[in-house]
Design a protein around this ligand. Structure first.
Ligand code: SAH
Length: 401
């Protein structure tokens, strides 16, 4: 028929369709039998099972291992500007209805797979937005995405950043920097749990701050009254400053390998009037722990928040060994009855793997570990049960005899 362009069809191999009927959005190249209709990078495609049954509608990327990202399971639904606008609108509305608190002005507005838009992550930092694009197809639609965000949220500016490694994995060519409005101050100041933190959107790690740990910082602080606290992998002192300012910690030592992060941590301590109770140490966390053990220094509360350890499926075993030795060392500097707040932000390390690692830690140190709280990211970072990888952040608060 004139005017109607057939959507290219991606056919799956036998017995490969189940995860996608179950709405997992990543169709890897290995699951695909045939591509018909010659789709180009970023084009819309229909995914069908081996028997020709409709599975979903997605966007194609010949470069990425994730050959198709699925966005709709409705055969009639086209992935047009209206579709993206509605998805983003839903994500914003969810936060506005259930997540935003007066004591916090920075939160994740759109979270990729969890909000049904695999490849788009948007953080709100005060009056600015930080956008991360991790899919080539969405990057080709970026002007539409920026327009929707600008119109719905009216930020002073939108900043674009690309995570390390993504450009190569997806074949992206993006220039990081300002894409709408005016530049944010560097650093800018955000509010979290009623405290003030400096954030550098251009140079800070991740998207500037680790907003996902907001509630865990407050939860950890509740165990810190009068405590001697150790904040390992502290970055700009998120856990430590909160423990001192909200939790009444008597002393806090923040340890990180990055000097700029520690300098920012000291400024955060000063702004929140807790610098007199805080010390910032530049060190490798493993080395700091070994030295603390050799001088018999002990703490009431230890926070462990290491960077992602498993980037690929193949790295899981190694990551678990890394977590195990780190947790053994951390537990070794805990006073009897102390609190260990232990985190993992590796999406590939499952909650049950992490629990198993904790069990082995208890066995190795011959002390009993009691899990008091099993936590995840704050509610502005929802997880999708259809995409287990989105359950990336684990935070266990444990008492160790
Ligand atoms: N706890 C922080 C976030 C931690 S991100 C918060 O609440 O905001 C991980 C941090 O680990 C980064 O700041 C990074 O600089 C630091 N890091 C990475 N490897 C390290 C190592 N071997 N020893 C100490 N710090 C390390």
């Amino acid at each position: 028929m004139a005017g109607l362009v057939a959507v290219p069809v991606v056919s799956l191999r036998p017995r490969k369709a189940q995860p996608f009927f179950n709405r997992h959005p990543w169709v890897f190249a290995g699951a695909i039998a045939k591509v018909a209709g010659n789709p180009q990078a970023g084009d819309e495609v229909v995914v069908k099972s081996h028997e020709g049954k409709f599975v979903g509608r997605g966007l194609f990327n010949p470069v990425s291992k994730i050959r198709v990202r699925l966005y709709s399971w409705n055969e009639e639904e086209a992935l047009n500007d209206e579709f993206w606008s509605e998805k983003i609108g839903n994500a914003i509305q969810l936060r506005e209805r259930h997540v935003v608190r007066p004591s916090t002005d920075s939160y994740r507005v759109v979270f990729s797979e969890s909000d049904g838009v695999s490849g788009l992550t948007v953080d709100r930092y005060g009056e600015w937005l930080m956008v991360q694009l991790t899919s080539l197809a969405l990057s080709l639609r970026r002007e539409c995405l920026f327009d929707v965000l600008a119109e719905r949220l009216k930020p002073k500016g939108i900043w674009l950043r690309t995570e390390k490694g993504i450009a190569e994995a997806e074949g992206l060519e993006l220039m990081d920097g300002l894409v709408r409005g005016v530049e944010p101050p560097r650093p800018m100041t955000i509010q979290e749990n009623g405290l003030r933190f400096g954030v550098d959107l251009a140079e800070g790690q991740k998207t500037g701050a680790f907003l996902d740990q907001r509630d865990n910082r407050r939860a950890a602080a509740a165990y810190c009254q009068g405590a001697k606290m150790l904040d390992l992998f502290s970055y700009c002192g998120g856990f430590g400053v909160t423990a001192a300012a909200l939790g009444g910690a008597a002393s806090v030592t923040c340890v990180d390998s990055s000097q700029p992060a520690l300098d920012a941590g000291l400024r955060n301590a000063e702004v929140n009037a807790v610098a007199d109770r805080m010390t910032f140490v530049r060190s490798d966390a493993f080395k700091f722990l070994e030295e603390a053990i050799s001088r018999s220094e002990q703490f009431d509360v230890v926070v462990l928040d290491p960077p992602k350890m498993a980037r690929r499926q193949a790295g899981i075993e190694q990551a678990l060994r890394g977590y195990h030795s780190l947790n053994v060392l951390a537990a070794s500097v805990l006073k009897p009855g102390g609190i260990l707040v232990t985190c993992s932000c590796s999406g590939r390390v499952s909650r049950s793997d992490f629990e198993m690692m904790l069990a082995q830690t208890g066995t190795s140190i011959r002390r009993s570990i009691k899990v008091l709280e099993t936590r995840g990211p704050a509610a502005d970072h929802p997880t999708s049960p259809n995409c287990p990888e989105s359950d990336y952040l684990k935070c266990f608060i444990c008492a160790i005899d």
